[in-house]
Design a protein around this ligand. Structure first.
Ligand code: ZN
Length: 697
């Protein structure tokens, strides 16, 4: 403690400028967060007290005060969460764990404050007060009200009790559901000890399988060359096994186990599914919605009708292509000596063989053409052409958590600074989470009368430079960088000054992937990509054939992949909208019926994959699985605005880019995403561009 009095806690010390990432230590977390919790509780009580009479409510004593409280969370809690991802340690994890429960509880308490809810409801009902707010402010108030109502705040006492019971039971059920899947996955194994059985499997898989055997057995005698090998239903084991195992009956064994996971005996999830669906509907009904799907989309961009008509159009458009894909596989199998008609466990295997035959394209072939520095230059150059911004290095102007982390400044078209971002480019398995993400560091907002510019975190996991060899990226990593930068642009180029709605805040869940996926499209634009791709040693441009292969590989089996996603999405929507748990049709009947309409190969009657569908029964995707397709549809349609004016027509691209900047990127959560899309596109989104881009038009 004496140490802290000499060196003030950096989490508490700063009120402006970037966080002191170089000085924050695990021992700072607990005292700072405890202070934060205390101050927030006091602040919240003061707000609630001042709102005892809801008629005294104004913007500034409700949202205004809440924004001020939120700003302290941004200064104290958000750096901690960030460091958990990029500079993890046992000490930090412990400190985080020690305060987490209180943080979550206080967050809930703020969302469900009755005095604040009443005050906001008063503001919305009072015509004078309401008319004094601009569109963004009205949206912020409405969303806070809706958020509280969806948590049951407005229900009469008797219904509230039932509502809470349902919520509790639902959270139990989803935990049980996922435990069953976990247990069923753990309980199944396929141990092979004959080298013939593993012929053709990639070495990464045989290594994993030998390790898995050793982890399971006492004698630990397995090695990747001579076995034994243990395969499981875990994705990293099961998927490559189905793609590469040459022995059909072994593929069948694993496949059957996979699609019947958690579907019988003690681990059977089907009764849980029924109860979950029933309770979800009852909860939605209590809140005044006809179905759970209606409730789910109430906080999203698309309506149930939008989703259903998207599914319809996409399904019709991909059906023939899916059939043709199947015929291709059948033909290749026959030519390779398999005369039997293909079964479900053969598809992934032959699809991989066909891919190898059609595109001999490996990550390692492409890597030398994508040194990180060049990719960044190309990306920033593109952002300049599209949005008129300038990105310039500002290393050293903000403290970082690691020496490899870069810092950049973004200048608006006027030349004024508009935003900043950190880029943490390389993988560090010892203390950094895998994958790639964009996160907020600071949001655009007014702090003490001054505009605070947004600061973003872009985190990737690329290969670090080795010796004088620069960091070389796979094409997938290039796409990912463009993707995260797209999220970053929406955070950084917002023109909204209220933290509740600036940048990605307050953007509907099914609309947040629009800017990110939009940016990915440019990786397939010849001028953009060829401008970037240059061999790091020979300086040769990317060979034309490789670029063509990349482009064609993008749409490989597009029809089949589309149908597969539609199967999941349609089933999810049907179960949460039309399905009647008390009716004659069982959930597994529904699964079969929908599979039949989306599967070129007749569905396997024993398939009960629904019992392992964690996305919708144990994750956040209930009546929301469609959002994967919806995001693709939006980004393809947005990109097609550029295609329409001509991707190589610099002036027209610049004009369209500025319009994208001033609508999608600028509005953030300040306007309903359907309105924002209409602002940009002049109409509602449609499926044409997505179908054209995927070769299904
Ligand atoms: Zn994303």
């Amino acid at each position: 403690m004496s140490d802290l009095s000499i060196n003030p806690n950096p989490l508490l010390a700063l009120d402006e400028g970037p966080p002191a990432f170089d000085r924050i230590r695990p021992e700072h977390v607990q005292p700072a967060v405890e202070q934060l919790l205390k101050d927030t509780t006091t602040g919240l009580e003061q707000i609630e007290l001042s709102l005892e009479n809801p008629a005294a409510a104004t913007w500034s004593n409700t949202i205004g005060s809440l924004e001020a409280l939120g700003q302290r969370w941004e200064r104290i809690w958000s750096p901690v969460s960030h460091l958990m991802g990029v500079k993890n340690s046992d000490a930090l994890r412990e400190a985080h764990e020690a305060v987490l429960a209180d943080v979550v509880a206080l967050g809930l308490r703020m969302r469900q404050s009755r005095p604040i809810y009443d005050a906001l409801a008063h503001i919305r009902q009072d015509e004078t007060l309401w008319s004094q707010l601009d569109e963004t402010q009205q949206r912020i108030v409405s969303k806070r009200i809706q958020d509280a109502e969806l948590a049951g705040i407005a229900l009469p006492a008797s219904e509230q009790e039932r509502f809470n019971k349902i919520s509790e039971r639902l959270s139990q059920l989803s935990t049980e559901f996922s435990n069953h899947v976990l247990d069923a996955t753990r309980d199944w194994e396929l141990v092979l000890d004959h080298p013939d059985d593993v012929e053709g499997l990639p070495s990464s898989l045989t290594l994993l399988a030998a390790q898995s055997f050793n982890n399971q057995e006492e004698d630990q005698s397995a090695d990747p060359e001579s076995g034994p090998w243990r395969f499981t239903l875990d994705g990293p084991s099961a998927m490559p096994f189905l793609q590469h195992c040459r022995v059909p009956h072994l593929r069948e064994k694993l496949y059957r186990a996979f699609v019947t996971r958690a579907s019988d005996g003690e681990l059977d999830n089907s009764p849980l599914i029924n109860e979950i669906l029933e309770l979800r509907r009852e909860r939605a009904n209590l809140l005044g919605f006809d179905t759970f799907a209606e409730m789910s989309v109430a906080t999203k961009m698309a309506s149930v009708t939008d989703v259903e008509s998207m599914f319809d159009l996409l399904r019709q458009a991909s059906w023939d292509a899916g059939q043709a894909d199947l015929a291709d596989l059948q033909e290749l199998a026959r030519a390779s000596g398999q005369d039997q008609p293909l079964c479900h466990w053969d598809l992934a295997f032959w699809a991989e063989r066909l891919r190898e035959q059609r595109f001999d394209l490996t990550d390692e072939q492409l890597r030398p053409y994508f040194p990180l520095e060049r990719v960044l230059d190309g990306l920033f150059d593109l952002a300049g052409r599209l949005f008129g911004i300038t990105v310039e290095p500002a290393d050293g102007q903000a403290p970082t958590w690691h020496e490899d982390v870069r810092f950049f400044r973004v200048l608006a078209e006027s030349g004024e600074p508009a935003a900043f971002f950190y880029l943490d480019p390389y993988s560090r398995p010892e203390d950094k989470r895998g994958g790639a993400w964009m996160d907020e560091c600071l949001s655009r907002r007014i702090v003490a009368g001054q505009l605070q510019l947004p600061v973003a975190h872009l985190v990737c996991n690329g290969t670090p430079p080795v010796g004088d060899r620069p960091s070389l990226m796979t094409f997938r990593e290039v796409e990912t960088l463009f993707h995260e930068f797209g999220h970053g642009l929406q955070h950084m180029l917002t023109t909204v000054d209220h933290a509740d709605a600036s940048g990605i805040n307050g953007v509907e869940w099914d609309a947040v992937e629009l800017p990110s996926q939009f940016m990915e499209n440019w990786c397939y634009h010849r001028e953009t990509l060829m401008g970037i791709a240059r061999h790091f040693e020979t300086k040769e441009p990317l060979p034309e054939t490789l670029f063509e292969n990349l482009r064609r590989a993008r749409n490989y089996r597009a029809g089949s992949l589309m149908l597969r996603q539609l199967n999941f999405g349609m089933l999810d929507m049907y179960l949460h909208h039309q399905y009647d748990p008390a009716g004659d049709e069982t959930v597994l009947d529904a699964q079969q019926r929908i599979a039949a309409s989306t599967s070129p190969l007749e569905p396997l009657p024993e398939n009960r994959f629904l019992c392992g569908f964690q996305h919708i029964f144990a994750g956040g995707y209930a009546a929301g699985y469609y959002s994967y397709k919806w995001a693709e549809l939006l980004s393809a349609d947005a990109f097609s605005a550029f295609e329409e004016v001509g991707l190589d027509n610099e002036e027209a691209v610049a004009t369209t880019g500025r319009r994208f900047r001033d609508t999608v990127l600028a509005s953030g959560g300040g306007r309903h995403p359907m309105d924002v899309f209409r602002d940009f596109r002049g109409r509602e989104p449609g499926t044409d561009a997505l179908l054209r881009h995927t070769g299904l038009a």
